[in-house]
Design a binder for this molecule. Structure first.
Ligand code: MLT
Length: 264
C-alpha cells in the first residue's frame, strides 16, 4: 500500500485489529523484513510496517537526511492512519529512529521494542566508515553494498547454511536505491548519542538481540537494558543482527510475551 503524505509517497502495510504495533526496518532494507512478524501477529494486533524514505515503495526526499526526518515520517503515517499511540518495534537503524521518536513524540509511544541496536553515536572511525560506504554505493551500486553488509547482518551459520534467506536479504538491499543508501549513511553518521535518553524512558521496554550479532553485539543491548528502568533483555539463540528473520519464531514469541504482559 502507498499513501501520499505531504506530497511524498510512503509505502506501508496495515493489517489486523487491536493494539497498533509499528515496525521500523534496518539499514539498508525495507518493510519486507517484517513479514514473519506480520504473519505471526496480525490476527491479534493491528500490525503496521513502513518503508523509510528511499526504501521499498517510499519516495526519497533528498534533503530529509536525519533520523529525526525518519521519525517524523513514521509519525506522519500514524497521523494518516488515525493511530494516536502504538507499540513501536525498531531493529538497528529502526532502533535509532525509535530513539528519535521517543525524544520528540514520547506521548505517541505506549511501549517499545529495541532490537539489535545501540544507544551510542558513531565514533569518528565509524563516521569515516559511513563515508567510505557512501562512496562505494555511488561508485558500485547496491550490489557492492550487499556484499559488504551481508556478513554484518547475518550470523556466520546463516550465511553458510541458509542460502534462501541470504538471497532474500540480498534482494531487499538490491531494491534500495543508491540515494536511499547514502541518505541512511548520512543520517546514521549524524545521529546524536542516546545514552542520556535511556534513563528518561518510562514506557514498558523490551530489548532483543541475536546472540551472534556482530554489528550491535549483546553487550550493546545489555548496556541499553541496564539503563532503562524495568526493561527486559531477551537474547535469541542462533541469530545474528537480523534476529527477527534468522529466528522468526523466537523473535515473535518474545514480542508476544512482552505484549501480553503490558496488556495485563
Ligand atoms: C542496521 O542494521 O540498521 C545497520 O547495520 C546499523 C548501523 O550500521 O549502525
Amino acid at each position: 500500500m502507498k499513501a501520499l503524505i505531504h506530497g511524498v509517497a510512503v509505502g506501508y502495510t496495515d493489517e489486523g485489529n487491536g493494539t497498533p504495533l509499528v515496525f521500523i526496518h534496518a539499514f539498508p532494507l525495507s518493510k519486507a523484513m517484517w513479514q514473519p512478524q506480520v504473519d505471526a501477529l496480525k490476527d491479534t494486533y493491528r500490525v503496521v510496517t513502513i518503508d523509510l524514505g528511499g526504501h521499498g515503495e517510499s519516495d526519497i526526499v533528498l534533503w530529509h537526511d536525519s533520523l529525526d526526518d525518519f521519525a517524523k515520517q513514521v509519525i506522519h503515517l500514524l497521523d494518516h492512519l488515525g493511530i494516536a499511540q502504538a507499540v513501536f518495534v525498531g531493529l538497528s537503524m529502526g532502533g535509532y529512529t525509535l530513539f528519535s521518536i521517543y525524544r520528540n513524540y514520547s506521548h505517541r509511544v505506549k511501549a517499545m521494542v529495541l532490537a539489535d541496536t545501540r544507544a551510542q553515536a558513531d565514533s569518528e572511525e565509524g563516521k569515516a566508515g559511513r563515508t567510505s560506504m557512501a562512496e562505494v554505493a555511488f561508485k558500485d551500486g547496491a550490489s557492492a553494498i550487499a556484499d559488504i553488509m551481508l556478513p554484518k547482518l547475518l550470523a556466520p551459520s546463516t550465511l553458510e547454511h541458509r542460502p534462501e534467506l541470504v538471497e532474500q536479504v540480498r534482494q531487499m538491499i538490491l531494491d534500495t536505491s543508491t540515494a536511499g543508501i547514502v541518505v541512511d549513511l548520512v543520517a546514521m553518521a549524524a545521529r546524536p548519542d542516546s545514552t542520556d535518553l535511556l534513563s528518561t524512558i518510562t514506557c514498558p521496554t523490551l530489548v532483543i538481540v541475536g546472540e551472534d550479532d556482530q554489528t550491535t553485539p549483546v553487550t550493546q543491548s545489555k548496556f541499553i537494558a541496564d539503563r532503562i528502568s524495568g526493561a527486559t533483555l531477551v537474547t535469541i539463540a542462533g541469530a545474528g543482527h537480523l534476529s527477527n528473520l534468522e529466528q522468526p519464531d523466537g523473535f515473535s514469541h518474545a514480542l508476544e510475551s512482552f505484549l501480553k504482559n503490558i496488556e495485563n
